[in-house]
Design a protein around this ligand. Structure first.
Ligand code: ADP
Length: 494
């Protein structure tokens, strides 16, 4: 844990993911708790208020049974022997007002007086509306009461105004107590959540730290290292998987680059050594002008071959590093093949090889005309080059479903099974067979072009009988997002 642990101190601790995770956890938990507290407080208050309202409504209906007004005489009609009735009426009269229809006070309790008696015009207004009115009022000491008032009609159909009240002190007390307990406990909950958050964040991040430690151990020379998957199939495993695949791609790319530079330096060294030899011969052993001329001619030929190799290598490395982007357009592959078969008739005749083709009238696909032309040219030149006199080369193009199929078949010398898997590798030449030495880059190009078009190439060959290349190209090139689009051509080769 060395470097990691030492970095997890001081300033880094507060910028660290663990700290931020824990803080966000506490933050959201606090907000959630506050909202819950406010919500429950409101809910409790409305439940208690509703209870008081229900009680007042009950009392209000009960008033009709107990209160009798006969020609100005007010009488509370109940059995004084019955303690229940006495209690009910006593409680009603604690906060109570009775006025006539003009607002003249007929009876009022002390508590109600304290709350303030309505003005006559307010009472007249309330009676006109004929509805029960609910109000919340406070005494001078701050005690809150819920008042229900409305018309009361006696047996003689006279209208009176009655108001009954009930203290809300008890329900408010309950709400206050709840609030107090809740918000006293909240900091305790928040602190516990902070501890929990800190612990949970550590638990969640431990595998990430392990991944990071493994990643630190991977260096340029140790690119085969892989982070072991945890088998949890979670986000982290996906990250590990992507990371491992990235390392694999890097490793492939490094290996290719190393191989490429080895191949290139080897390929350049051979003609350079030859040129040097020829020049030394010219310098030390040539006597006549012809000797000089011959040595110079040989050197020039090798210089030409050298610059050819450099041009091809440059182009291939541009292609493989993605600098040579495809210029896609709709093109007729049948027409393109026809053009190239025509172009190769003369070299084929020179080599006494019969070049034939079976092409449809039209085979329109999306592709890069120049690169597809280069592909056909490389394949045709190989076929003519590696087919002995009297042989045939046949080219066919056909549309099969969503793919165009190009087949290039010859009756040439063929390739043995041990060489076949390597023919798409850079600078690979089947040894001891070649009439004229090629660069060994033609098929690498072909493979790259096929791969860049998201196509596939297949080769079958039998020694002494011939070789058949089959290429499938999608009629419409799918959009390429992945960076491996321009990976090594050898991967495409089958
Ligand atoms: P070169 O420049 O040597 O032709 P290529 O990459 O085009 O390089 O081909 C690689 C090797 O594959 C060649 O050296 C050749 O031996 C073999 N090859 C390619 N095409 C054919 C073919 N049509 N018939 C037989 N051998 C072939």
């Amino acid at each position: 844990m060395g470097p990691w642990a030492s970095r997890l101190t001081g300033k880094y601790l507060f910028r660290g993911l663990r700290f931020r995770l824990a803080v966000s956890y506490v933050f959201f938990f606090t907000i959630l708790l506050s909202f819950l507290g406010i919500f429950f407080r409101q809910a409790l208050r409305s439940i208690l208020d509703q209870q008081t309202r229900d009680l007042l409504t009950e009392e209000w209906s009960a008033v009709k049974g107990y209160l009798r007004i006969d020609r100005g005489k007010i009488d509370w009609f109940y059995d004084p022997e019955d303690p229940d009735e006495e209690f009910i009426v006593g409680r009603m009269k604690q906060v109570y007002l009775l006025t006539d229809a003009k607002g003249k006070v007929l009876e009022v309790s002390d508590k109600y007086r304290e709350l303030g008696i309505e003005k006559p015009n307010e009472i007249i207004g309330a009676l006109q509306s004929q509805k029960a009115v609910w109000q919340v009022r406070k005494t001078t000491e701050g005690e809150t009461f819920l008042i229900r008032s409305g018309p009361f009609i006696d047996d003689n159909h006279h209208v009176f105004y009655v108001a009954l009240g009930r203290s809300l002190a008890q329900s408010e007390g309950i709400v206050e107590q709840f609030t107090l307990y809740y918000f006293l406990w909240m900091p305790v909950l928040i602190i516990s959540s902070a501890f929990f958050g800190w612990y949970a964040a550590r638990k969640a991040l431990t595998p990430l730290n392990e991944v990071s430690l493994t990643a630190q151990r991977i260096t340029g020379s140790n690119l085969t290292a892989q982070i072991p998957s945890r088998g949890a199939q979670d986000e982290l495993d996906r990250l590990i998987d992507s990371f491992n695949r990235m390392i694999e791609r890097l490793n492939d790319s490094f290996t290719q680059t190393r191989q490429f530079s080895t191949d290139v330096s080897h390929e350049l060294r051979t003609p350079l050594t030859a040129i040097r030899g020829q020049l030394e011969v010219a310098l030390f052993t040539a006597k006549t002008e012809d000797d000089y001329r011959n040595a110079m001619m040989d050197a020039l030929q090798d210089v030409e071959r050298l610059s050819q190799t450099i041009r091809a290598v440059l182009l291939l490395s541009q292609a493989e590093s993605g600098q040579l982007a495809l210029q896609l357009q709709m093109l007729d592959l049948a027409e393109l093949a026809r053009d190239f078969v025509d172009q190769f008739q003369i070299p084929a005749e020179d080599a006494q090889v019969t070049l034939t083709c079976s092409l449809p009238d039209e085979c329109v696909i999306e592709g890069d005309k120049i690169q597809l032309g280069r592909m056909l040219s490389n394949l045709l030149s190989n076929a003519v080059k590696y087919t002995p006199r009297g042989g045939t080369v046949h080219v066919s193009v056909a549309l099969r479903g969503d793919n165009a199929e190009i087949v290039l078949e010859d009756t040439g010398m063929g390739i043995t099974a041990d060489h076949l898997p390597h023919i798409f590798d850079r600078f690979y030449r089947v040894p001891d067979r070649n009439p004229e030495r090629g660069l060994g880059l033609g098929l690498s190009f072909v493979a790259w072009i096929v791969k860049a078009h998201r196509g596939r190439i297949d080769v079958e060959s039998e020694l002494g009988k011939g070789t058949k290349f089959t290429i499938w190209l999608p009629a419409i090139v799918p959009v390429i997002h992945a960076p491996e689009a321009y990976a090594a051509p050898s991967e495409t080769a089958s």
